[in-house]
Design a binder for this molecule. Structure first.
Ligand code: SF4
Length: 465
């Protein structure tokens, strides 16, 4: 009999983890959770029973900052031992010091975004690593497929950090620095592991997906023993082939309308990647785009979209916009509404301009009153909805592939899924009716075909077939 049976069991240290913010922050959370679990810590999404709490924060807009600060306060109240990471951790407070520490001096440690190692160091200091003889046998590690916070059948793949642009309304580059592309071999290895782990939809994210590899001059890396360039086209092509072999989807986010994107559209037409593009246009009027210092602002976006649609008529375009940017005239705003109609943007989100602290746009002349910014946002959304719903109605009568996200009772009472036109969490869904055929079942993470029979708000209604 081994000695181990005589020793009292060592309690497993437990780390509570709260993840706020955007999909990019979620990827950071996944890396930290993967590492915690690899080292033998138990993790949970609540504070209850936790020995220590990590809060991954967001610092992008004022509401997000407030939400993050409130969560930290709550964690301190309920648990007392708190480590803060993420965008808010990189922000300066009123007193010139670290904002989080100024507001909550009892926080144990603060790091900025993508600081897995620093977070782990802080955890080790305040909650020692459990002794685990199997430590090195636990799979998962930095940058490889590990614990996913998202449902197992879809996952985010972060291909780079930071951004080389300096849009005047954005403080991300000052928090995250310039573009750093991950080596293509690492990215593809992670994608492969995710597909092998059962992921059916891979969402490619970064601040500027079209700029992938610019920082390393499109260096040639290696994958599967073959040379492959660190560049969007090669990345998308290889991911598409990998996804096809696993019967999975690849969806592209944060792509700018550069001429090079034209080469991606044929891959969509061939069905290698989803004919879906998330292009954050922010505005249409050339003068506003110039004041915003937007990437690709000199491009003729309307013509580009029309060309994309000729190459791939199925293409669904999602975008975000800002209404009431400093100095925006009624004429410039009207240009934006016309663009929305002409470009037939399938899914559009809109923020009323919000003067984020530290953004250079705040110094531009012609700041509009808040009521006017909000009014323009509402007018924008009314047009966006009209366009979006008309486009959804064109789907009625067609048959679509749907990835099932929820299916109680094996789908006998119906379920919820998404078509290629719906990214998780930001777009609509396909509401699945109970199948007519008694033998037909639905399973989460599997595909079903559905006949589209109606539109409900921003969602489609489908009959599984
Ligand atoms: S492209 Fe512009 S908005 Fe996007 S992260 Fe870079 S600076 Fe910010």
């Amino acid at each position: 009999m081994s000695e181990m049976t005589a020793t009292a069991p060592i309690p497993t240290p437990k780390v509570g983890f709260v993840s706020l913010g955007c999909p990019k922050a979620l990827t950071d959370s996944e890396l930290i959770l993967t590492q915690l679990s690899a080292e033998g810590y138990q993790t949970s999404k609540t504070f209850e029973g936790a020995d220590l709490v990590i809060v991954n924060t967001c610092g992008f807009i004022d509401e997000a900052i407030q939400e993050s600060l409130d969560t930290i306060a709550e964690a301190l109240n309920e648990n007392g031992k708190v480590i803060v990471t993420g965008c808010l951790g990189a922000k300066t407070g009123e007193g010139g010091g670290n904002m989080v520490l100024e507001m909550h001096p009892s926080v144990l440690a603060v790091t900025g975004p993508h600081a897995t190692q620093e977070v782990m160091d802080a955890v080790h200091t305040h909650l020692p690593k459990p002794h685990d003889p199997f430590l090195d046998l636990v799979p998962g590690g930095f940058g490889e497929a590990g614990l996913k916070l998202t449902p197992r059948h879809y996952a985010y793949l972060k291909i780079s950090e930071g951004c080389n642009h300096r849009c005047t309304f954005c403080i991300i580059p000052s928090m995250r620095g310039d573009l750093v592309s991950r080596p293509i071999g690492d990215v593809l290895k992670e994608a492969q592991a995710l597909f092998e782990g059962g992921v059916k939809e891979l969402l490619v994210i970064s601040q500027d997906t079209s700029a992938y590899g610019v920082d390393v001059k499109y260096r040639t890396g290696f994958w599967d023993g073959k040379p492959v360039k660190t560049r969007m086209l090669e990345l998308v092509q290889t991911l598409g082939e990998m996804a096809r072999a696993h019967g999975a989807w690849v969806r592209l986010h944060y792509v700018y309308p550069y001429p090079s994107v034209d080469d991606i559209i044929p891959l969509m037409a061939q069905g290698l990647v989803l004919p879906y593009l998330d292009v954050p246009f922010q505005h249409s009027h050339p003068d506003v785009l110039k004041r915003m210092k937007r990437p690709a602002s000199g491009e003729r976006n309307l013509e580009r979209i029309q060309r994309w649609r000729e190459m791939c008529p199925e293409l669904v375009i999602r975008s975000t916009f800002i209404a009431g940017f400093p100095g925006e005239t009624e004429e410039e705003f009207a240009h934006l509404l016309d663009f929305l109609r002409e470009a037939q943007i399938d899914r559009a989100g809109c923020f009323a301009y919000s003067p984020v602290k530290g953004a250079t746009a705040n110094d531009l002349p012609g700041m509009l009153p808040e009521a006017l910014r909000e009014e323009r946002r509402a007018r924008f959304m009314a047009v966006a909805e009209e366009v979006s719903i008309a486009r959804l109605h064109q789907r009625v009568g067609s048959s679509m592939q749907v990835l099932v996200d929820s299916a109680p009772a094996m789908g006998r009472r119906g379920g919820v899924g998404r078509s290629y036109g719906d990214a998780p969490e930001i777009d609509g869904v396909v509401r699945l009716l109970p199948p007519e055929k008694i033998s037909k079942t639905l399973k989460v993470g599997e595909f079903t075909r559905a006949r589209i029979v109606g539109v409900e708000g921003h969602d489609l209604v489908g009959m599984p077939v």
